[in-house]
Write a new protein. Sequence first.
Length: 302
Amino acid sequence: MVRISVILTTYNSEKFIKRTIESILNQDGINELFTIELIVVDDCSTDRTEEILRNYHVEIISTPKNSGGPNAGRNIGLSIVTGDFICIADHDDEWKKHKIKSLLSVSDKAPIITSGYTLVDIINNKSVEKVRNTDQLYTFYDKNETFLKILAKSKNGQQTYIGSLMYSSALKHIRFEEEYGMSDYDFGLQLFENNCSVEYTASLYMRFVSGDNLSLAESYRINDYHKHLTIIEKYRVKYPKEAKTFVYKTNGNLARYYYLMGKMKLSRKYFLKSGWSVKAVLYYLTTFAGSKLVKKKFNVFG
């Protein structure tokens, strides 16, 4: 029987960890088609997270000290996983009941499988389906096809958000950076380089975002920005076109973050470094007037 290792990192997640962990442990086909090895690594929570976790039959590990992000915990999990495939979950995700079963149905096609997901904006009470528009059950991506899309930060390729991944344990030697402890971009590049992959074209989990999400914290965004610009240096000579696009989009990403946060002076600063696409120009102009309407009508960031 196939064994699925799930690495779940937590920190002060008492409000939603029950929902997350039960969505993982109550998957359709569990103990019939597959078993789940759930490893929870807590980053020294100060609330009731660990107390809640002890109600479940799961392995709980604590980081030696608070690391300020999920990557240290993810690497601890990767050092001890024993499954055939690996999934990585954030503490505020909610898996749909058929997630693992669906991913396994195409796991013979490539060593890396991803899916679409649903982005749930708690603050604005709306959700957005992040799913490729296709009639096919899955889309196959050739060797390096997704890698180059990630490198150029293209939105037209495979969905590669970390929570959608299921990948072969043959790739478990690939680790997350711990300098900042938060960025998963370098991990994605290493994982997809020289590999083919498959995307299951349906939403298989819900990713919740709110004002207190780590990914919306300014310190996270700044560290992520600088880490990205450091990463690209490894690829600039071999992939100059993609590297140039990468730098533009990295600046545009931070610009849209500040746009969402209402810090328009900073938003304009980074839009000026992002290349003059039509969308960037329109965003730039509405930093002076009209941003409230844009944020209401469009998914600006996330």
